[in-house]
Design a protein around this ligand. Structure first.
Ligand code: DAT
Ligand code: MG
Length: 155
């Protein structure tokens, strides 16, 4: 069984260019339920922790600088096959390689300023969601608290 959530951020750039509404509309129209959402700004240490897996990459410093440069929207999205379906909706990391009609093709300014984040696995979706949201801040489509697929079934 696949997990039913993914985690997204609308990054600085997409926020300051006023694309929050356009992006949330695409997310809703693609069948994702917004289970949790907030408007926030990352500190240096939050951004470094979130992108820790990339700490030895040459783009890490620039990535942290960009991600702390302005406000972001963070959200948990619920849907069957959420992780893979959302990666398809956002498109390639590099907007030059992204499919037409994807969020990154439409709104990314560059590979660094690429409009949105999307989790790359069910287990990272859980970790990323837990970093930003408590269990009492997540709701299902019926307005009840969100129940997740049992963690033992998530890779
Ligand atoms: P993704 O966001 O598609 O999962 P990733 O996890 O490989 O991509 O990289 C995380 C972020 O780091 C990415 O959204 C933008 C930045 N990044 C990746 N490769 C980069 C590069 N070659 N130059 C500049 N920034 C890069
Ligand atoms: Mg990634």
């Amino acid at each position: 069984m696949t997990g039913n959530i993914t985690f997204t951020m609308i990054k600085p750039g997409a926020v300051t260019n006023e694309h929050i509404g356009d992006i949330l509309k695409m997310i809703s129209e693609a069948g994702f339920w917004i289970a949790a959402m907030k408007y926030t700004k990352l500190s240096q240490s939050q951004a470094a922790y979130f992108y820790n897996v990339h700490k030895d990459r040459p783009f890490f410093e620039g990535l942290v600088e960009f991600m702390t440069s302005g406000p972001i929207v963070v959200a948990i999205l619920e849907k069957d096959n959420a992780v893979a379906d959302y990666r398809r909706l956002i498109g390639n990391t590099d907007p030059a390689k992204a499919e037409p009609g994807t969020i990154r093709k439409l709104f990314a300014e560059s590979v660094q300023r690429n409009a949105v984040h999307g989790s790359d696995s069910d287990s990272n979706a859980r970790k990323e969601a837990d970093f930003f949201f408590s269990k009492s801040e997540r709701f299902d489509r019926q307005g009840n608290f969100l129940e997740l697929v049992p963690a033992t079934e998530v890779q």
